[in-house]
Design a protein around this ligand. Structure first.
Ligand SMILES: Cc1cc2nc3c(=O)[nH]c(=O)nc-3n(C[C@H](O)[C@H](O)[C@H](O)COP(=O)(O)O)c2cc1C
Length: 356
């Protein structure tokens, strides 16, 4: 119904407005008595065989909502009701900021892709905290940490630590985002030295907690081998708990057809193979020392399973949700469940790294 009825209407709206409307509807549903129960009709099965233990916690299933989908934590309960085992809100910046000028999101429906140059529009850490304070969720909440555009690179560690500090009580894990292409200079923070400084600043807050949070690092798929080695050294030496592979790409060679070029990061189907290849490469370099979350072009259970076999403990998606609608997370989880049953697996965890 979404694909034949709702998407055709949403697609007549400017992409960012359509996304805002979809989030508003989810927010309204979660605020309405019985609303979450209706959304749960879309979700996939719950089964202990779908559970994944990673980063010191148990995820009900391996599928998460990727950062950017719910930047300001408007619809966390609703997204979890739709079947995501985990929602990574953000990127959250310390102070509110508007992001780049519009238009800044473009659909490429023929390619099942999006291009965005949002540049971290964020309500800011205090507003996100207020929205989340005291709420309990039926799933795991991660927070993607970012820096304000006008914060110079040398002060970046303070920004990441500030967002972490503001939201430490709400989050189960944090992701240091140094890989969005739309904030000038952000990707240069993937160097070993910069990552060490950021992770040290976050850790100074984290180590004071009774139960320190897992802190992951999200990388770009456009790093060359030397840059990747630098980033991995920074993450390992800085004590990161894991990696998110990957953010959007600036590479347009992955697009098979010609599209009018737009500035920003490309996501969705054309990113799939590139992101999978990077995950496999990272797994080859770090082994099991850093658990991985695989993201980029995942749209089906087969995509999710392939990513896990290549070494991902968990997977996330964003762009396929835009095209697939509210039934998509349930569909993916259902497909993984069928696979687990058919293969007579004790747990979906058994496939992690099986073909790394
Ligand atoms: C419109 C849009 C906004 C995004 N915003 C963020 C963000 O704020 N922080 C972040 O780490 N990643 C962000 N991403 C990247 C996604 O989290 C994900 O890494 C990427 O889109 C690849 O996954 P996909 O192909 O399933 O969309 C964004 C992606 C899109 C399409």
């Amino acid at each position: 119904m979404y694909r034949s009825l709702v998407y055709p209407i949403l697609s007549t709206l400017e992409p960012e407005r359509a996304h805002g409307l979809a989030l508003k509807s989810l927010r309204a549903a979660q605020a309405t008595p019985g609303g979450l129960a209706i959304l749960r009709c879309f979700a996939g099965p719950k089964d202990p065989r779908l559970e994944v233990r990673a980063f010191g916690m148990t995820f009900a299933n391996p599928l998460g909502a990727a950062a950017g989908l719910d930047k300001n934590a408007d619809a966390v309960a609703a997204l979890m009701a739709l079947g995501f085992g985990c929602v990574e809100v953000g990127t959250v910046t310390p102070r509110p900021q508007p992001g780049n000028g519009k238009p800044r999101v473009w659909r490429l429906p023929e390619a099942a892709a999006l291009i965005n140059s949002l540049g971290f529009p964020s309500n800011g850490a205090a507003a996100v905290k207020e929205r989340l304070a005291g709420k309990r969720f039926n799933g795991i909440l991660g927070v993607n940490l970012g820096k304000n555009k006008d914060t110079p690179a040398e002060k970046a560690p303070e920004d990441y630590a500030a967002v972490f500090d503001a939201l430490k009580d709400e989050m189960r894990y944090a992701v240091v985002n140094v890989s969005s292409p739309n904030t000038p200079g952000l990707r240069s923070l993937q160097s070993r030295r910069a990552l060490l400084d950021i992770l040290a600043a976050v850790d100074a807050v984290n180590r004071k907690l009774a139960k320190p949070r897992s802190v992951l690092v999200k990388l770009a798929p456009d790093l060359d081998d030397a840059q990747l080695d630098e980033a991995l050294a920074g993450a390992l030496e800085g004590g990161a708990s894991g990696l998110v592979i990957s953010n959007t790409t600036l590479d347009r060679s992955v697009l098979k057809d010609q599209f009018p070029d737009r500035p920003g990061g490309l996501s969705g189907a054309p990113l799939r193979d590139k992101s999978l290849a990077m995950l496999r490469k990272v797994r080859g370099k770090v082994g099991k020392r850093l658990p991985l979350i695989g993201v980029g072009g995942i749209a089906t259970a087969e995509d999710a399973i392939a990513r896990m076999k290549a070494g991902a403990s968990l997977v996330q998606l964003y762009t396929s949700f835009v095209y697939g609608g509210p039934g998509l997370p349930g569909q993916v989880v259902r497909g993984i469940y069928e696979f687990v049953k058919t293969e007579k697996l004790r747990s979906v965890e058994d496939i992690i790294g099986a073909q790394a």
